[in-house]
Ligand binder design. Structure first.
Ligand SMILES: [Zn+2]
Length: 347
């Protein structure tokens, strides 16, 4: 079974899908449309703008690829159309998947693309006029794509640790609780530049605690940009999954705890190669050259595989499976862990 268990909607907009939506919705951004010829840009030219060309320890290089694609978030309808295409493309690439998305970032971008400053909106207006329609558009795109393809599709609500405004997050969370039955759980995500690259702001933890009454399955990005101590403090929140978590390999105690508590790490080999090249080399060197996924399996930590952000990373889930096989990952163990995690998510 090909089950992609770590994939982001914002990183799943293919050049083809973006160009189709730009055409359908008359989006004349120079990213999609060449004013000098009056024609849409070629998909290959757009792909060069949206895909990392080489590994970089500077996360801003990756983030810029994501930011560019957001130029297409011009209306709720355009976001719904993009989501529909992303779900169908993920269905072609897998037997089923979980897709996470940062609702705050999508709503904020939509407001900005419509020429307004999101901070000028009172939190309830932010939540009701923008975030709820975006959430509903994503969920109905999922339902339609799942019906048409016959593939199971789970959607996870992501909350960014950038945590720009506690009041706006609280309003968004209160609204999202009403849609809990259509969601599989919560994720904490986001690129943060600074001394702490994986912060957990107290206000965000409070919002998570409220949402978890309805959405208990929590995953958190940790141990990706920051070291094993980030995984340790994340484990205190009793997540069911950790995004990446590869820096756990720095600490036998962290590995032991992950294995004991049955927390699943969502490992994304190409993402690690592109976003944390220096750290990856150090982790591999400390584990006899083994790729993190293989070293984690040896430590009896449950691991599943993810494509993370297929467009900026120029990958697909099928390609990640091939990469894992080439890197000597125990594919039978991976399949068993994947099935166990899928059962947790779908029971
Ligand atoms: Zn991720």
């Amino acid at each position: 079974m090909l089950l992609d268990l770590h994939r982001h909607l914002e990183g799943s907009h293919s050049p083809r899908a973006l160009l189709d939506v730009a055409l359908a919705f008359g989006i004349r951004s120079p990213l999609f449309f060449d004013a000098s010829t009056g024609q849409p840009v070629a998909p290959e030219a757009l792909a060069r703008q949206l895909t990392m060309q080489a590994p970089s320890d500077d996360a801003a290089v990756f983030y810029q690829c994501i930011v560019k694609a957001r130029a297409a978030y011009v209306s709720v309808e355009a976001i719904g159309a993009l989501a529909g295409k992303a779900f169908r493309e993920a269905a072609d690439d897998t037997d089923g998947f979980e897709m996470r998305f940062s609702l705050f970032s999508m709503a904020r971008t939509l407001i900005e693309n419509q020429g307004r400053a999101w901070r000028d909106l009172v939190p309830t207006e932010f939540a009701e006029r923008y975030a709820r329609p975006v959430l509903q558009a994503v969920l109905s795109a999922r339902d339609e794509a799942s019906r048409e393809t016959g593939k199971p599709m789970l959607v996870r609500l992501g909350l960014s640790r950038t945590f720009e405004s506690e009041a706006h997050y609280r309003a968004l969370a209160a609204m999202a609780r009403e849609h809990a039955g259509s969601l599989v759980g919560l994720d904490v995500l986001g690129i943060v530049i600074g001394a702490d690259t994986e912060p957990l702001p107290p206000g965000l933890l409070d919002v998570l605690a409220t949402l978890r009454r309805d959405l208990p399955d929590l995953t958190i990005h940790a141990g990706e940009f920051a070291d094993h101590a980030s995984v340790d403090r994340t484990l205190a929140l009793a997540p069911r999954g950790i995004g990446h978590g590869v820096h756990s390999l720095q600490s036998p105690a962290t590995l032991e705890r992950l294995a004991r508590e049955g927390v699943t790490l969502e490992v994304c080999p190409t993402s690690n190669r592109l976003l944390i090249p220096t750290a990856l080399r150090a982790l591999e060197a400390a584990h006899g050259g083994a790729t993190p996924l293989k070293a984690l399996q040896r430590a009896h930590v449950r691991c599943v595989l993810g494509s993370d952000d297929p467009t900026p990373m120029g990958t697909s889930f099928r390609r990640e499976v091939a990469v894992a096989r080439e890197l000597g990952v125990d594919m039978a163990q991976l399949e068993a862990d994947m099935g166990r995690r899928w059962a947790e998510l779908t029971r």
